[in-house]
Ligand binder design. Structure first.
Ligand SMILES: *Cc1c(COP(=O)(O)O)cnc(C)c1O
Length: 387
């Protein structure tokens, strides 16, 4: 039997935790009702599951249930937040501020809005991946309607200073949106303490099912206005029409609940595994750590290796390790990662990068094998290069 590669790509997605699956199953068969059916038990059961899940998701971010809009994931939540605010605040202005290392699910809606006449300022980040608050402050104008800065980066794991950004935005009366797809269940999130007005969430990065997420939309101080992007039956208080998907919603909440309960110990465990991996890899010379040393997700390690070809490196690792590289991310196009380029890396170093995403089901043995495999692959590539 062929051995399956060790999965170390937890920023791309995670497996569904068996406890999450168990919570979901009754909602496919027994409690299969339409949560919008108000005239019978089947509808009530589905609605009860959704209601409880909504409360769970809300509580974990310091929000109220009415502030949660279920979506198909973070991509849709980002689109709803950015386009929804743009459309609703036209009378205030047409200027949006974001940063260069955002996920394409933020950058692309912004680019789309540019074609409609909106102005978008894409701020650079510093070498460590953090946005400079002074840059952000300078970028704000009287007609700025929205600042969108992610909580945790999906490539380099860098954690942006949400509370400081939130405070700045509120002082200047600009709405603050954060894409927290990678942060949910990994770091504490509190929309009050961090003064966040809109927050995108997704389940599948935190051991929940794919195809479900949410947008948090602040209801008071201030009440955020949002133009819906999907029109229909008026679900989710008119902000996102479409029949709710109770198994996914219940699974999402279960995943969040489990992650929050285990967060302190799991963060320490992942940090120890990540540091162990880094420690082992440092026998290689020409190794670069991409992103801030400590201000990053515990399970993230992103490295570049000087003097090796990026494609060859990834191909070499493939049989043993399921990891991602800083290239060929989007479709058939091979381009260096926009995130690594924003850190100032050369094209060669951006290509020759490996993203390790360590997660709940990884062990010390996985880490030791990953380190050994990476070291052996790099050494053999360098040897070939010198022949
Ligand atoms: C995965 C991810 C997304 C996309 O989320 P989906 O739920 O898959 O649409 C958006 N932003 C970030 C930072 C991500 O990591």
């Amino acid at each position: 039997m062929v051995q399956r590669p060790i999965y170390l790509d937890c920023h791309a997605t995670t497996p569904v935790d068996p406890r999450v699956l168990a919570a979901m199953l009754p909602y496919f068969t027994e409690h299969f009702g339409n949560a919008a059916s108000v005239s019978h038990l089947y509808g009530w059961e589905a609605e009860a599951g959704v209601q409880q899940a909504r409360a769970t998701v809300a509580t974990t971010i310091g929000a109220t249930p009415e502030e949660i809009v279920f979506t198909s994931g973070a991509t849709e939540a980002n689109n709803l937040a950015i386009k929804g605010v743009a459309e609703a605040y036209l009378s205030k202005g047409r200027h949006i501020v974001t940063i260069a290392t955002e996920h394409s699910a933020v950058l692309d809606p912004c680019r789309y809005l540019q074609t409609l006449g909106f102005e978008v300022t894409v701020l650079p980040v510093q070498q460590d991946g953090l946005v400079a608050l002074a840059d952000l402050e300078q970028a704000l104008r009287a007609d700025t309607i929205l600042v969108s800065v992610m909580a945790a980066n999906n490539e380099i794991g860098v954690l942006q200073p949400l509370a400081a950004i939130g405070a700045l935005c509120h002082t200047r009366q600009v709405l603050f949106h954060t894409d927290a797809a990678q942060a949910l269940g990994k770091i504490p999130l509190d929309v009050e303490a961090m003064q966040i007005d809109l927050m995108s969430l997704t389940a599948h990065k935190v051991y929940g099912p794919k195809g479900i997420g949410a947008l948090y939309v602040r209801r008071r101080n201030p009440k955020v206005r949002l133009a819906p992007q999907l029109h229909g039956g008026g679900h989710e208080r008119g902000l996102r029409s479409g029949t709710l998907y109770p198994p996914q919603i219940v699974g999402f909440a279960k995943a969040v609940e489990l992650a929050i309960a285990a967060m302190p110990e799991e963060t320490e465990r992942l940090r120890a595994l990540r540091d162990r991996l880094w420690q082992r890899l440092t026998v290689l010379d020409g190794l670069h750590l991409n992103g801030h040393q400590t201000q990053r997700l515990a399970g993230n390690l992103n490295i570049s290796v000087a003097g090796v070809d990026g494609q060859a490196l990834l191909l070499g690792l493939q049989p043993m390790l399921a990891v991602s590289s800083g290239s060929a991310c989007s479709s058939a196009q091979i381009a260096p990662s926009h995130v690594l380029q924003a850190l100032g890396l050369t094209e060669a170093l951006a290509f020759a990068s490996v993203r390790f995403g360590i997660g709940r089901f990884n062990t010390e043995q996985d880490i030791d094998q990953a380190a050994a495999c990476t070291i052996a692959t790099v050494r053999s590539l360098r040897q070939v290069a010198h022949v």
